[in-house]
Unconditional design. Sequence first.
Length: 390
Amino acid sequence: MSFVSDFLPTRTPLHKILQSRAVMWLLMLLVSLPLSAQLAQVLPQRALSKWGIPAGNYSGITPLGNGRFAVVSDKAPSLGYFEWSIEQDSLTGQVTYVSALGFRPLQAGANLPATALDVEDLVFDAQRGAVWIANEGDQTLTAYDTATQQLGATMVIPPYFSRDSIFANLGFEALAHDARTQLWCTTSESPLRVDAPARPEQLLPTVPLDLRLTFWDSTFTAQRIVPYRMATPQLSRQARYYLQGVPALCFLPNGSLLVMERELSVPRTYLGAKCHIRLRWIAPDALQQWALSAEKISSDSRTTDTMLIATPWHVLALQTPVMEVAEWRTQLGVFCRSLANYEGMCLGRRLADGRQTILCVSDAQGGAGRCGVHLRDFLRVVVLDRECTD
């Protein structure tokens, strides 16, 4: 550990954290290596237009129970969510039918101007009968009662997630909820200003992108942070549009966390646009073992400045063990129009053999396109091996 400790003042809290974990260093390096084989089956995507679902800007999805799902759009004219009924084959997991059940409005209140509305994700909290909304527009995580549509509880947002601490439009994009433990998890879409010198599209591919997976408990207060390093980029950043970040998170039934990483590269001619999706998995014990106290990091600005200088934070993010379980690419070409920008993810049904399915939804930007070529909204099912969920 001497090559790591050289980066740190000998009396800092991070120095003690790293030394206490030195015994696990070699093991964690081995665990964090990419898997040679995927631990999931990625099924062909299905266009929502097949069932008459209108094009949208679908950015998040959550199960409501009994085959019903709530879906949010980041371009909706008012606060609320769409309700869909989704049927899946009990043997394969493939989507067989989708039905739109209408739009469910929520009461935003007088304090939320339209310019602050940018809903990116949601989760259903059955215990409270509420949906929690991740609003990137004002960097809030807020609950709304599904029966009355009224505003309910709100999460206390740590200072490092304030609007001044994120790069523009790279804030809250993902939200997950574990009903068993009553934990919520989110992160910024891409690194915070304190953790990166610039936005991803302005960095060299060799610069690591490190995030702060943050966990709230039933007191609605952030309790711990797990440092997280994104995978090495694969697509060109020399493009008309480039995005790299985490658009979705999902707790699995055993308390592990599934992270969706999305990389999108759109060249100036649009043809050749590609979207690369990775699903990466963090075990429940790793979420506990590699956590830092959110209170200590957030409570004292002097501590934050000392503890979270770039090198030590990057060292910690490198150590968190992550396994890649699935990946896929879509693209737009002369003869290939599969391009799909996936932004939402949630639990689907359990199959007859006990395997867990994951439903992923894409954002077609309201059917954006030109010259007769338009993006389409898709659902994609990923079937996880039982190693991930049992």
